[in-house]
Design a protein around this ligand. Structure first.
Ligand SMILES: [Zn+2]
Ligand SMILES: [Zn+2]
Ligand SMILES: [Zn+2]
Length: 258
């Protein structure tokens, strides 16, 4: 499996509009973060988790030319509002692209992107997709990749993180979450790569903060651990320098193979 972090930033992205803090004005490209999204490839299978407002820029910048399936974590704006740009992939691939998420998330997608499924307002250039409800017990096969949802709390909401499997290899991806209770930690304990929300140093009502994320990543104990959904409180190099061995701060375009 090859993973590409298409985006590693929180909802406002970095730089934040109008912000003159040292991170937002940094010349280090690792401090520029698009909204969070992960691209996973293996053989003929290419999937993306979330289509943020930056999606077009992300796929152009990081050379993504194929998407066979889309998985949505939840319907917050920073995870879905680049969705319409899937239409280029539908056109190029001459296929209807399946989109998966919880029933609540798919209902939200049907409402926010009604023109995609409602023939009375259908646009010729709308993305050709299907919205597919996926329960926590379901597994979806995309070529040689198998995708399993995992329910996690995100403040008052319940959203999905995902486990992606290829043979014996497993990757966990949870970009938005405020806590992981012990049964969920156990679900992730066998992953080879774990990617977890770590918004900032200080606690936040709907996201894990860095100390919580480090503690959970150490409990999970994956050989490779990464944080994501980072805000402008965390300078890239300074944050990396103080993290325990085995936990990495990725940047947009960061790739790994497992
Ligand atoms: Zn988010
Ligand atoms: Zn800033
Ligand atoms: Zn969110």
């Amino acid at each position: 499996m090859k993973l590409t972090f298409l985006g590693t930033g929180t909802s406002h992205g970095i730089p934040a509009i109008g912000c003159s803090c040292p991170v937002c004005t940094s010349s280090n490209p690792h401090n520029k973060r698009r909204r969070s999204s992960l691209y996973v490839e293996s053989g003929d299978a290419h999937l993306v988790i979330d289509t943020p407002p930056d999606f077009r820029d992300q796929v152009l910048t990081f050379g993504v030319t194929r998407v066979d399936a889309v998985f949505i974590t939840h319907i917050h704006a920073d995870h879905i509002f680049g969705f319409d740009d899937l239409r280029r992939f539908c056109y190029m691939q001459k296929m209807v692209i399946p989109v998966y998420g919880s029933g609540a998330t798919m209902d939200g997608m049907r409402e926010k992107f009604r023109y995609v499924i409602d023939e009375s307002i259908w646009r010729h250039s709308a993305p050709q997709v299907t919205f597919n409800d996926m329960s926590p017990r379901d597994r979806v096969q995309v070529g040689e990749l198998e995708v399993q949802p995992v329910e996690v709390p995100h403040g008052p909401m319940t959203v999905y993180g995902y486990i992606i499997r290829h043979g014996a290899k497993k990757v966990g991806y949870v970009p938005d979450c405020s806590a992981l209770e012990s049964p969920v930690v156990e679900q992730f304990q066998a992953v080879d790569v774990m990617i977890l929300d770590a918004l900032r140093e200080a606690p936040h009502p709907t996201h894990l903060c860095l100390p919580q994320a480090v503690d959970l990543l150490q409990q999970i104990g994956a050989p490779q651990s990464y944080i994501t959904h980072v805000c402008h409180d965390l300078e890239h190099e300074e944050t990396q320098a103080r993290l325990p061995t085995g936990i990495t701060v990725p940047y947009d375009g960061f790739q790994l193979t497992t």
